[in-house]
Design a protein around this ligand. Structure first.
Ligand code: SIN
Ligand code: FE2
Length: 200
């Protein structure tokens, strides 16, 4: 296992998960999910996204980047919920707040290919990830695409931290166990990742 990777199972109890999903669903009304695309090819992403916070991660034919406005509405992203800011303070060991919360919305057949989160310049800040809804088969590798990988199931309420060396480790989601939870309408999964983008 890569140094700096932490798994905090059932960090959020069911009542807190439910309240947070309600808060996220309400924010999505004015800060909607959109479907990004792969750089260069423009191939649609399997996962729909939106963001919360001052900056949001966007992928389209032009490339990956962080930007302060929603690509469809042209409005600033919605606020990061208080409980997520508290989560960051409690587990990140980083002295400055997160600037981005990427919302990944997985349907039954959604996948996320092996990748590194490499678009942030605050390289010493971890990525803090919270899973809600259906279980996912998460794969964690090493610093090279060819490094050995190991897989684990992430369930609703679980928190994962990519810190230390694992901050630059390959990772992805191979499958969703659709209907393994009723928390999200449609039986899907929401993954929320908190990131510090720029060095303070
Ligand atoms: C991500 O790598 O951005 C998301 C990982 C996950 O969905 O668990
Ligand atoms: Fe990632």
């Amino acid at each position: 296992m890569t140094e700096g990777f932490r798994f905090l199972p059932e960090y959020f109890p069911p009542a807190a998960q439910k309240a947070l999903v309600a808060e996220i669903l309400a924010i999505l009304e004015t800060n909607p999910l959109y479907r990004g695309a792969m750089p260069r090819t423009g191939k649609p992403l399997s996962v729909r996204n939106t963001n919360l916070g001052a900056l949001g991660w966007v992928s389209d034919i032009k490339g990956y980047r962080y930007q302060p406005i929603h690509p469809d509405t042209g409005q600033p992203w919605g606020p990061i919920p208080r409980v997520l800011l508290d989560l960051w303070s409690d587990v990140s060991a980083y002295p400055h707040p997160p600037q981005a919360c990427l919302v990944n919305w997985y349907e039954a057949d959604s996948r996320l290919g092996l990748h590194i989160d490499a678009d942030e310049t605050a390289k010493d800040a971890p990525v803090v990830s919270l899973s809600l809804g259906s279980r996912a088969l998460f794969r964690l590798g090493g610093l090279e695409r060819s490094s050995p990988t190991s897989s684990m199931r992430l369930a609703s309420g679980d928190v994962v931290i990519l810190g230390g060396a694992s901050r630059r480790a390959y990772h992805g989601v191979d499958r969703i166990y659709a209907q393994s939870s009723t928390l999200i309408p449609g039986g899907g999964r929401i993954n929320l990742t908190l990131r510090r983008v720029t060095a303070p």
